[in-house]
Design a protein around this ligand. Structure first.
Ligand SMILES: *[C@@H]1O[C@H](CO)[C@@H](O)[C@H](O)[C@H]1NC(C)=O
Ligand SMILES: *[C@@H]1O[C@H](CO)[C@@H](O)[C@H](O)[C@H]1NC(C)=O
Ligand SMILES: *[C@@H]1O[C@H](CO)[C@@H](O)[C@H](O)[C@H]1NC(C)=O
Ligand SMILES: *[C@@H]1O[C@H](CO)[C@@H](O)[C@H](O)[C@H]1NC(C)=O
Length: 433
């Protein structure tokens, strides 16, 4: 088994690395595979290095146009596109295109809220091309994120994200996307272990994040348990968390990666006695937990007053052989370009878990929940994870840790800014047009 800095210490301080048994198991296979390949690929790696050197020494403009040329070759010529409409446009069918002239709405230097876990540039990531890719839909044009318009639409509203550290990244991204338009004196941020609240006073709007990685209750929600062994879920209990979600105007949920931290999930029913647990397959437990969540939403949310979204699986990239990674590549470490192959799908998104998600959400009758299917677009982005430019145990990775990506590269979380901005662009398109 492999230790990876997987999930978040909510508090920001509490160290957390979780043994991800399934993902870790796959990664282990990957390491052995890579080990065998190393001698064979050494020469190729040298060539790649020489090419990389040449590339980075080009002036920025030349470099950009070279890359764009390559991308244009790979992407199909753009057909005329329809204006975006949530029910007529699939956000799944699309492609990433590089645009060095893209204006970033914020960086991890200009936005003061980004956690060290996600602030790759500040943490010393040397390359920055990963910041300049846009997700384009095949048939529709995805509108750009307009921070002023978003704030106007959020006026008097409470937008609440509920889920795990991947969603926390999306929350930070949204806060940062609008933050530059909020007067310095009229913004505030309050963080605690469960609820984090960003307020734009002039708009009487809040953008909040509530920590509930399984959505349902578990014995590790407050005092996070590293290994899956001591963790026990209450797949039929949600009220302790859910009572804090009432009154939100917009709810955005996610839950996936924590269910994948062991092949079996321990669960108890009704009572809070953690000893008499039953072990279930992850996808079985996930179905039960998600049903509990769906029942709560159906019973407690007024669909006329609250819009509800669910983010689909955010892909992990633990096996570089899935995409034929760069020479010497380990997991997502050292990747600087997305996999642009149309419809690329590796092993980092569990299809069965995806089916459960689609099935449970599809059965909700009273409250319509929009599944924002971001999985395909994340599949391509092997280049945009935090990798070794992150922290472990509350400290930046040391040089020695960085030199050991087999153990320390985090290929679950994303740099912010980065891919979560695109998730928010999609949320924006569903909410604010
Ligand atoms: C601010 O928004 C809340 C709902 O989030 C509402 O109850 C309140 O009346 C609003 N206040 C003002 C001054 O608009
Ligand atoms: C939502 O609005 C519709 C139409 O205005 C109304 O018929 C329905 O009862 C409302 N539902 C709830 C739960 O308030
Ligand atoms: C990662 O890339 C850098 C620069 O391209 C190179 O020096 C280093 O050897 C690579 N690491 C591995 C493990 O291949
Ligand atoms: C999300 O999109 C992927 C890729 O297009 C698809 O395979 C999957 O079934 C979709 N998920 C759901 C729940 O619809």
């Amino acid at each position: 088994m492999v230790q990876i800095p997987a999930m978040k210490r909510v508090k920001g301080r509490a160290p957390l690395s979780v043994v991800v048994a399934i993902i870790g198991g796959l990664a282990l296979a990957g390491i052995i595979f890579t080990e065998d390949l190393r001698s064979i690929t050494e020469i190729a790696a040298k060539k790649e290095k020489a090419r990389e050197k040449k590339r980075t020494s080009l002036p920025a403009r030349t470099r950009a146009s070279t890359t764009r040329l390559t991308v244009a070759e790979e992407a199909r010529p753009p057909p005329p596109k329809k204006a975006f409409h949530p029910s007529r446009c699939s956000v799944t069918d699309g492609y990433w295109a590089y645009d060095r002239s893209k204006k970033l709405l914020y960086t991890d230097e200009t936005c003061p809220y980004i956690d060290r876990q996600d602030s790759c540039q500040r943490n010393g990531r040397p390359d920055s091309d990963y910041l300049y890719w846009d997700w384009h839909l095949d048939d529709c044009s995805l509108p750009r994120f307009d921070p002023l318009r978003a704030l106007e639409k959020l006026r008097g509203k409470r937008l609440l994200f509920v889920g795990d550290s991947l969603l926390l990244g999306q929350w930070l991204s949204l806060v940062c996307l609008v933050n530059s338009m909020v007067p310095y004196t009229a913004r505030s941020m309050e963080r605690s272990s469960t609820l984090n609240v960003y307020t734009a006073a002039e708009y009487n709007a809040t953008i909040e994040f509530y920590w509930a990685p399984f959505l349902v209750e578990s014995n590790s929600d407050r005092n996070i348990r590293l290994g899956a062994d001591g963790r026990v879920l209450h797949v039929d209990a949600i009220e302790m968390h859910a009572r804090r979600w009432k009154g939100a105007d917009i709810l955005v949920f996610d839950s996936y990666v924590w269910w994948m931290t062991g092949s079996r999930i321990k669960t108890v029913w009704g009572s809070f006695d953690d000893d008499g647990y039953e072990e279930l397959d992850a996808w079985v437990a996930f179905r039960l937990g998600l049903k509990t969540w769906a029942n709560w939403v159906d019973a407690n949310i007024n669909p006329n007053a609250t819009k509800v979204f669910f983010m689909s699986i955010s892909t992990t990239h633990m096996r570089s052989e899935d995409w034929g990674g760069r020479a010497g590549g380990v997991r997502c470490y050292n990747e600087t370009r997305p996999v642009t192959r149309k419809g690329y799908w590796g092993s980092g998104s569990d299809r069965r878990m995806m089916e459960v998600m689609g099935d449970v959400l599809g059965r909700m009758r009273r409250v319509p929940v929009s599944l924002l299917n971001i999985t395909q677009l994340t599949e391509h982005r092997v280049d945009a994870h935090v990798s070794v430019y992150t922290e472990a145990g509350g400290e930046l990775l040391t040089d020695a840790q960085r030199a050991d990506p087999e153990t320390h590269a985090d290929c679950i979380h994303w740099c912010v800014p980065g891919v979560p901005d695109t998730w928010n662009q999609i949320l924006y398109a569903h909410l604010f047009l």
